[in-house]
Write a protein that binds this ligand. Structure first.
Ligand code: GAL
Length: 470
């Protein structure tokens, strides 16, 4: 049995579904630029130019939401659709109208919006000024956040400032496989992560100082993490490597926000050892300034995105200036683990529950929303996606056990994703939807997968239980 008021949702993100990349005065974002430059950065040079065309077909999305019986829908605002150059100097009223319609239609249908302010799509105009690497971005993001609270906050009560700073920093600046595609290993990811935390904290404080009282909502940031286990469970080196692996992934962001207000000591000490070896003055891991608003406590709930697991082995002593050498550990896929869809994505029963317990234990038992969790597919479309049905049933069962048996305070579950969509560097090759989208047709026809029906029936069973108990 799930708690009353449990949120049953599904999620999407603007660049992945909207299309209309330059319609009605929208400014370009770093994903527009990244896709348009071609050269195979994205599978077969796909782009989100049209994607699911949700900018024009929102009402089709709403039908899907209603068919599933969701209580909540998580979507993101395209910053450069609202503010084409990223600043409040110029507001695109058509963008405001679009999101007003989405929010109003949801509320009229009794579905509550959870709104992400930033899901990977920085306005290109801001990137041109240095983007997330510059300290000024925190104040610029804060202005954007205030604009959104002011414009939509009378109706939106659940806000996510940033989606997955880990992914933005690591894939965008360490590996260079996500926009903006920069590769400055061992340096920029720490700086970007730092400025993202500062930006988030500013936006959280603004909400609490200026809007919380009259709007009564809650603000957090979405953090993702693999679950990690030692490759060799009897090796003390591998066990220590798991600690470092987590320190450089989830703890990197949870320590500042939920635990101490600063980066994990373990992370800092690993980086500083390597700084000395490399002859760096100071540290590549920035420090939070005492003159800025505090980072600690800037989340009203924990927003968790969880997909996959790794076996971790020690590789301390690896040379070079990279995050991987700093952490002295590497995560690998255990060949016995079932892979779904893409090679990075393995599904191991019990691991979501372990990660939930890890968060409960390390972050002072916060209220948790699982804001993303899902199952990828590649290859020929199979509307009868039995495996994904099994996945959702098991994952939701694990969440229930974590609540009932372990006392984890889980408040909601959002399947990723409502629709098949533009899966970043994998383009349209990888499908996560509860609804299939036919990308070969201009109508972008949506058709429910068997897993969509399965999820709808789980939600309806829950709603019946609530009614019966009342
Ligand atoms: C997350 C991301 C989503 C989605 C998902 C599946 O990192 O927030 O946008 O793409 O991964 O890979």
């Amino acid at each position: 049995m799930f708690p009353t008021q449990f949120a049953w949702g599904a999620g999407t993100a603007a660049y992945q579904i909207e299309g209309g990349w330059n319609k009605d005065d929208k400014g370009p974002s770093i994903w527009d630029t990244f896709c348009h430059k071609g050269g195979g950065h994205v599978f077969e040079d796909h782009s989100g130019d049209i994607a699911c065309n949700s900018y024009e077909l929102w009402e089709e999305d709403l039908k899907c939401i209603l068919q599933l019986g969701l209580t909540h829908y998580r979507f993101s605002l395209a910053w450069s659709r609202l503010l084409p150059d990223g600043t409040t100097n110029h507001v695109n009223e058509k963008g405001v109208q679009y999101y007003n319609k989405v929010i109003n239609d949801l509320l009229a249908s009794n579905v509550l919006p959870m709104v992400t302010l930033y899901h990977f799509d920085l306005p290109q105009a801001l990137q041109d000024q240095g983007g997330w690497k510059t300290p000024e971005i925190a104040g610029i993001f804060d202005s954007y956040a205030r604009f959104c609270y002011e414009t939509f906050g009378d109706r939106v009560k659940l806000w996510i400032t940033l989606n997955e700073p880990f992914v933005c920093a690591k894939l965008g600046y360490e590996d260079g496989i996500f926009a903006p595609g920069e590769k400055q290993p061992g340096i920029s990811a720490y700086l970007v992560g730092h400025n993202m935390l500062r930006a988030h904290a500013r936006a959280w404080h603004s909400y609490h100082t200026l809007y919380k009282e009259k709007q009564g909502g809650a603000v957090s940031l979405a953090l993702n993490s693999d679950w990690a286990e030692p490759l060799n469970p009897t090796s003390s080196d591998d066990i220590a490597a798991v600690k470092r692996y987590l320190a450089f992934s989830i703890d990197w962001f949870t320590w500042p926000v939920f635990v101490t207000g600063d980066y994990p000591e373990l992370m800092r000490s690993c980086i500083e050892v390597r700084d000395k070896e490399l002859g760096y003055q100071g540290s590549r891991l920035p420090r939070f300034s005492k003159d800025e608003p505090s980072i600690l406590g800037t989340a009203d709930f924990f927003s968790l995105n969880y997909y996959t697991s790794r076996k971790v082995k020690d590789e301390g002593g690896r040379p070079g200036c990279r995050m991987r050498s700093d952490q002295g550990a590497v995560g690998v896929v255990d060949p016995t683990w079932p892979v779904c869809g893409v090679s990075w994505h393995v599904v191991v029963p019990g691991h979501l529950r372990r990660l939930l317990n890890y968060i409960k234990d390390t972050c002072n038992n916060p209220a948790i929303y699982i804001t993303e969790n899902g199952f990828s597919q590649v290859g020929p479309v199979d509307l009868d996606d039995v495996q994904r049905c099994g996945y959702y049933k098991d994952a939701i069962q694990e969440v229930e056990t974590a609540i009932k048996t372990d006392g984890v305070d889980v408040r909601g579950y959002f399947a990723w994703s409502l629709l098949d969509n533009f899966e970043w560097a994998d383009g349209f090759r990888v499908r996560f939807g509860l609804f299939h989208v036919d990308f070969t047709r201009p109508e972008r026809t949506r058709t429910i997968y068997r897993s969509g029906r399965e999820y709808a029936s789980i939600i309806s069973k829950y709603k019946t239980q609530i009614k019966t108990n009342n």
